[in-house]
Write a protein of this length. Structure first.
Length: 276
């Protein structure tokens, strides 16, 4: 009996019970886009780390055994998507997962969840940064925010005022690490927020949209999930980035209208039907 009759994406990320982020948003978005999501947890959180208190359980020691069971089932994936990784050991496990489960059809989407607003997350060590640079070599699609792109390329971060030549230099450094298609999100300029897209050496397009609302947890996870599902469904990269950006904007708009606390993520459930 084959378990591989429908398209599947392996979602390697943490599970947060509350706060709308990580696998808790990736899974429903990918499922809505008619792709089966299969979660390999990196950690279990009661609620994400943006709250003042949370309970969590590290899942590192369980991940290899989890993978062994998937191998017994002969699971095959059209997509492999990595998100939050809590240690250098987990980054190595993701490398092992890709090498074991990737075949000629598989697209690898790396969301290097390393930091934001110019700062690395507290859990991120120099060793992890070095390991993440090596993981990028597997990325058919790489989806860093501007902070993470700077961390991966050792270029200085700035809040706004990015010039095309600076973005191009960053893209080329990411490509030198092995990335294929790249989208750098969160480039600020006055009333706009932009995504920089590159599909091949020398290619650079800036996709702008009006800024609305405040920064909220989980928007990067939603953005990457849309791109991952579109990738395995054969949607063009630029079209997918535009769709992902527009959908996140809708999510933020409905959340702002409802007066939801920033820690609680975005009310994507209210607008999921609009995602095609």
């Amino acid at each position: 009996m084959s378990h591989n009759k429908v398209k599947k994406i392996a979602i390697i990320n943490d599970i947060s019970g509350f706060g709308r982020c990580s696998a808790a948003v990736s899974l429903p978005v990918i499922s809505h886009m008619k792709v089966q999501g299969c979660v390999l947890p990196t950690a279990i959180f009661s609620n994400h780390t943006g709250f003042s208190s949370y309970y969590y359980q590290d899942y590192t020691e369980h991940m290899p055994k989890y993978m062994e069971e998937w191998k017994k089932l002969d699971l095959r994936f059209e997509g492999i998507m990595s998100g939050f990784l809590g240690s250098a050991a987990q980054i190595q496990i993701v490398r092992d997962f890709i090498m074991q489960f990737r075949d000629e059809r598989t697209k690898v989407i790396i969301d290097p969840v390393m930091g934001e607003n110019g700062r690395a997350y507290p859990t991120y060590t120099p060793e992890m940064c070095g390991k993440m640079k090596r993981l990028v070599e597997f990325a058919d699609i790489l989806t860093p925010n501007v902070t993470e792109a700077c961390m991966l390329t050792d270029l200085p971060y700035k809040e706004s005022g990015w010039k095309m030549r600076e973005i191009m230099a960053m893209m080329e450094k990411l490509r030198e690490l092995g990335a294929g298609k790249i989208v750098i999100s969160g480039l600020n300029s006055d009333e706009f927020i932009s995504n920089a897209v590159s599909e091949y050496p020398g290619d650079l397009r800036i996709l702008r949209q009006k800024r609305i609302g405040r920064v909220r947890s989980g928007t990067g996870d939603i953005f990457s999930a849309v791109i991952a599902a579109d990738c395995v469904n054969g949607v063009s990269f630029e079209q997918s980035v535009r769709k992902a950006g527009a959908f996140v904007k809708k999510c933020i708009a409905v959340t702002e209208q409802a007066g939801i606390p920033e820690t609680d993520g975005v009310c994507f459930e209210q607008v999921l039907s609009a995602l095609k």
